[in-house]
Design a protein around this ligand. Sequence first.
Ligand code: NI
Length: 172
Amino acid sequence: MTTKPIIIIPDPLLRQVSQPIERVDEDLSRLIDDMFETMYDAPGIGLAAIQVAVPRRLLVIDVAREGEPKQPLTFINPEIIHSSDARSTYEEGCLSIPDYYAEVERPAAITVRSLDREGKEQITEADGLLATCLQHEIDHLNGTLFIDHISKLKRDMVIKKFTKAAKARAGL
Ligand code: NI
């Protein structure tokens, strides 16, 4: 297992729509292992394949608290098949937007259909932090970031800051 570099905004890849996974094979299994390692190392509670520059519909999530046993969850080609009318608000962050946090309101509970890492269909009923995390990660597969759910003013400020930093890194 190896950690992979996580891309950050304004990398245009983060705006790309990821393509469905067609084969659950050894290469995919290796990618899943690497994604878990990258996520735990960061550390984070969710990671979409596009964040390690792989535009495929794949997520890894672990919302277990510190000190609790690990609860690694894999979602291949996830699809939200039900969202509750009830909504909840969490302060979200993203490994691709380091050190920025903002409150986002989303449906409080969702049902997701996906494949597990064995390629078997799984139905996940999620609420609380898992529901928020799943929606945040599924957004990534559609090129959407959590800052798209905040005010344009705040979003523009964040993007400007990261664009400036990227230019500084590139020596421009
Ligand atoms: Ni994210």
